[in-house]
Design a protein around this ligand. Structure first.
Ligand code: COA
Length: 259
C-alpha cells in the first residue's frame, strides 16, 4: 500500500515505517496516525514481515509531536476522536505480536515520545531529545504518554517531565531507562537492524508470547502469571519448540518456521 506521510520498505523480514513529513519535523496529523495504524495492521498480517522498525525522515526529528496547527483548529469532539483513535493505534503497536523497535533519530516530543514508548524497544541516536512538552501549550499528553512514561521511568521522573515540559538528552533517557541503547546518528539504523535481526532469529510464537506476558504486567485486571502459563503452553505445542530442543541436543543452530 502507498502512504501519503509514511515511507514503508521491507528488507530481510524487517519492515521499516518512516514518518515522512520532515519539513514539519514529522509532526503527526490525525491522518498520519491513521496511516501508521494501517501500516501496522498490514505488517502484522504479512507473513514476510518478522519485525518492524519505526523511525522519522531527516536528521532532525523522529516525531516532534502531534501537529499543533491541526489541533488548534479542532473542536472538542474532533480532539476527543483524535485522542481515542491515536490511543488505539499506539496500543496496536504495543500489542503487536511482532517486535517493534523505535529508531529515534532526533526530537521525540509529545506524540513522538509517546510513539517511541509504544514500541517494544527504543534505540536513540546521540542527538535525540525527549520530552512531553504539552503543558507549554496548555494541554497534556493524549496518546498514552502519562501512562507509558510512568511505566517506563517511574512516577517521580515521569511527573517531573510532564509538569516541567523539559527536554532530556539521549544520555539522560538511557540513564532513566527510557531507551535501551544510544548510538551515533550514522549507525542508528544499522544498530536497530542488528538488534532486530537477533530478535527475529528466535521463534515467532515465543516472541509473541513474551510481548503478551510482559504487557500483561501493565494491563489492569490481567493475570500475568496466567498469561505466562497460556503462552508457555502455546509455545510448547509448536514445531519450533521441537526444532529448538532438537537443535540444542544436536548442538546446531535452530531453524524456526514460525509454526
Ligand atoms: N506541530 C506542527 N508543526 C511543527 C511541530 C508540531 N508539533 N513541531 C515542529 N513543527 C514545524 C514548525 O512549525 C516549523 O514549521 P515552519 O517552518 O512552517 O514554521 C518546522 O516544523 C520546523 O520547526 P521549528 O520550530 O522551526 O524548528 P526548531 O529547530 O526551531 O525547534 C522544536 C524544534 C522541536 C524544539 C520545535 O519545533 C517545537 O518545540 N515543536 C513543538 C513540540 C511540541 O510541543 N510537541 C507536542 C505537541 S502536542
Amino acid at each position: 500500500m502507498v502512504f501519503e506521510n509514511l515511507l514503508v520498505s521491507i528488507e530481510d523480514g524487517i519492515l521499516t515505517i518512516m514518518v515522512n513529513r520532515p519539513v514539519k519535523l514529522n509532526a503527526l496529523t490525525g491522518f498520519t496516525v491513521w496511516e501508521i495504524g494501517r501500516a501496522m495492521e498490514e505488517a502484522v498480517a504479512d507473513p514476510l514481515v518478522r519485525g518492524i522498525i519505526i523511525t522519522g525522515a531527516g536528521s532532525k526529528a523522529f516525531v516532534a509531536g502531534a501537529d499543533i496547527a491541526e489541533i488548534a483548529g479542532f473542536s472538542s469532539e474532533q480532539v476527543n476522536a483524535m485522542a481515542a483513535a491515536g490511543q488505539l493505534v499506539f496500543r496496536s503497536i504495543e500489542e503487536s505480536s511482532k517486535p517493534v523497535i523505535a529508531a529515534i533519530n532526533g526530537y521525540a516530543l509529545g506524540g513522538g515520545c509517546e510513539l517511541a514508548m509504544a514500541c517494544h524497544l527504543r534505540v536513540a541516536s546521540e542527538n535525540a531529545r525527549f520530552g512531553q512538552p504539552e503543558v507549554n501549550l496548555g494541554l497534556i499528553a493524549c496518546y498514552g504518554g502519562t501512562q507509558r512514561l510512568t511505566q517506563l521511568i517511574g512516577k517521580s521522573k515521569s511527573m517531573e517531565l510532564h509538569l516541567t515540559a523539559d527536554h532530556i538528552t539521549a544520555a539522560q533517557a538511557l540513564d532513566l531507562g527510557l531507551v535501551n541503547y544510544i548510538t551515533t546518528e550514522a549507525e542508528l539504523m544499522s544498530t536497530c537492524r542488528k538488534l532486530m535481526g537477533k530478535i527475529i532469529s528466535k521463534a515467532p510464537v515465543a516472541l509473541a508470547g513474551v510481548i503478551a506476558c510482559v504487557n500483561a504486567f501493565y494491563t489492569e485486571g490481567a493475570d500475568g502469571y496466567e498469561a505466562e502459563r497460556v503462552e508457555f503452553d502455546k509455545c510448547f505445542s509448536t514445531n519450533d519448540f521441537k526444532e529448538g530442543a532438537s537443535a540444542f541436543l544436536e548442538k546446531r543452530k535452530p531453524v524456526f518456521s514460525g509454526s
